[in-house]
Design a protein around this ligand. Structure first.
Ligand code: ATP
Length: 224
């Protein structure tokens, strides 16, 4: 369940690209356990908003805090480990097996032995409802829906508190999309992870979000 303690805080954030203003004095709070869905016109700045949370885009002014600490004061590897990121089209590394893809983030910074890695991979398969026959395969040997499940598993691998999802189901057929919507909803309820989810689909936004927002002219307007 969402709490009322601000977990991710945007404080007076400005961001522009060259002379194009995307955000001007944006302040916004996300609570722990929120499932935020974000819609809005193309090019409005949704991806920019998401990427400011994991430090991939740096604001020109203002600050972003996670757990009451400014992200530019936090260790970047620890920050990224704590923030899973899943994008449309899965973003899996094509030359790595599914198992290697799933373990990518933990391998960067966690000193797990083989038994710990194998145990985590099995937990992740269970979380995203895949069986272990996929592990030795490469991404192009899986269906689009399976690839997207692996992408979610990879984003969850290091047990992050936050999951950022940028139109993750945009390229899937409607049946697969419905299955993955059910999955992400139950994953969120089971793990209590805080999710920020971008979508173009209003129905998806309403279905998944505990709080839904539309980004218009750099402002986030609540829709429910
Ligand atoms: N690194 C960059 N340099 C210059 N302009 C950029 C950069 N990144 C994004 N933009 C521009 O900033 C605007 C906002 O981009 P952003 O990707 O955040 O929007 P979006 O709402 O996610 O769009 P979409 O729904 O089409 O994915 C767009 O006009 C985009 O072209």
């Amino acid at each position: 369940m969402p709490s009322n303690i601000p977990f991710i805080e945007f404080k007076h954030v400005d961001k522009k690209y060259e002379d194009r203003v995307i955000f001007n004095n944006l302040s916004f709070n996300i609570n722990k356990g929120d499932f935020i869905t974000l819609t809005g016109t193309s090019g409005g700045g949704k991806t920019t908003f998401l990427r400011m949370i994991n430090g991939m885009v740096i604001p020109d002014k203002g600050e972003i805090l996670i757990n009451q600490e400014a992200i530019n004061k936090q260790d970047i590897l620890a920050l990224r480990r704590n923030i899973g990121y899943a994008i449309q089209g899965s973003g899996l590394f094509p030359h790595m097996t599914i198992k290697q893809n799933m373990l990518y983030v933990p391998e960067l910074s966690l000193d797990w032995n083989d038994a710990q890695k194998n145990a985590r991979v099995l937990e992740l398969l269970d979380i995203v409802s895949l069986d272990n026959t996929v592990l030795s395969r490469f991404p192009d040997e899986l269906s689009g829906g399976q690839q997207q499940r692996v992408s979610i598993a990879r984003a969850l691998a290091a047990n992050p508190d936050i999951l950022l999802m940028d139109e993750p189901f945009g390229a899937l057929d409607s049946e697969t999309r419905t299955q993955l919507q059910d999955s992400i909803k139950s994953i969120q309820q089971r793990l209590g992870v805080t999710i920020v989810f971008i979508t173009h689909d209003e129905i998806e936004a309403r279905l998944l979000g505990t709080r839904s927002f539309e980004l218009v002219d750099g402002h986030l307007t609540a829709k429910n």
